[in-house]
Design a protein around this ligand. Structure first.
Ligand code: 13P
Ligand code: SF4
Length: 302
């Protein structure tokens, strides 16, 4: 059954000149068949550079939208229409415009986990792997950081600039408690704990390393530790294990699961390629402004 689906995907991919991009939180079998797996920055870069005509995005809506913004002449497909990021829904254009009036001198830095319309209202985008770098590179001293309050605080703690926070958050990472870290540290004081900056600041402070999913994978590869505890969505365990078969990885808490990232199946990918659905498009007016915010980010990040 699974082998059948994989064969179909490979055949359809060739027929349609398609590439499959998967986020590091996707289910194991989807990551296994993807042409590229990565964090939000890596996925945006790959979408912008690919020669394929069709991009199948195994992730959540804002990621496919970013691909459609960066590659306007390609067909971008989101196999599961309902895969959305709740954090991206915690800010609207109307609310952002109101806040901008309150802080007219601030540069708006928008986490990629946001809608195209919110990106279009922002000066520049960032991801969890380059947020500090982007804020530092901007020639303004006051930053309105939206929508993730935790990533915003992570940046605020690493810059001398004034960072005004929004009140959005990732429901998955926000569930991690300082207690989850202290309990594990007490039981296993020698084991390193690495977390995502979408975790609360009090959790981040207790961790041994903080990074985007790609940075966490890199850290694990470089580390000499045989056991590592990970505080990010459980999908990361697939690539951690694939890349480091001799090391052991443990999830900090079993609450670290994002239902939206688990929606896309191999069957959905077959349907997406057979029926060219669900195509993600962005109106030109919004797209051009959002593209400028994304392009500026890509130019500034190494
Ligand atoms: P990164 O893979 O960019 O670290 O993003 C995490 C995330 O929550 C995406 O939804
Ligand atoms: Fe959104 Fe968090 Fe899920 Fe990422 S893990 S898609 S930020 S809810």
């Amino acid at each position: 059954m699974k082998a059948n689906l994989i064969n179909k995907i490979n055949k359809l991919k060739e027929e349609q000149n398609a590439i499959i991009l998967a986020h590091n939180y996707q289910i194991n079998e989807v990551q296994a068949i993807a042409d590229y797996t990565g964090d939000s920055l890596g996925l945006s870069r790959t979408a912008a550079q690919t020669d394929a005509e069709v991009i199948v995005f195994a992730g959540v809506d804002f990621m496919a939208e970013s691909a459609a913004i960066l590659a306007p002449h390609k067909k971008v497909l989101l196999p599961e229409r309902n895969a959305a990021c709740p954090m991206a829904e915690m800010i609207t254009v109307k609310e952002l415009r109101k806040k901008k009036k309150q802080y007219p001198k601030a540069a708006v830095v928008c986490y990629v986990n946001s809608s195209a319309a919110v990106k279009a209202e922002s000066d520049i985008c960032c991801t969890s792997s380059n947020a500090v770098e982007i804020v530092e590179a901007i020639d303004k001293e006051q930053i309105l950081f939206v929508p993730d309050q935790n990533l915003g605080q992570y940046v605020a703690d690493r810059t001398t600039k004034e960072v005004i926070l929004w009140d959005g958050y990732c429901r998955t990472h926000h569930r991690v408690r300082p207690k989850d870290i202290t309990e594990v540290k007490n039981a296993h004081p020698q084991v390193k704990i690495i977390v995502h900056p979408e975790c609360k600041p009090e959790v981040v402070k207790l961790a041994d390393y903080v990074g985007s999913t790609a940075q966490i994978l890199e850290f694990a590869k470089e580390s000499n530790d045989e056991k590592i505890i990970v505080g990010t969505e459980m999908g990361i365990l697939y690539n951690l294990k694939q890349n480091n078969p001799d090391k052991d990885f443990y999830l900090l808490t079993k609450a670290l699961i994002c239902q939206n990232m688990k929606m896309t199946s191999l069957k959905d990918i077959v349907c997406a390629l057979e029926e060219m659905k669900y195509q993600i498009t962005v109106d030109d007016e919004i797209r051009l402004k959002a593209q400028s915010a994304l392009d500026k980010m890509l130019e500034l990040s190494n």
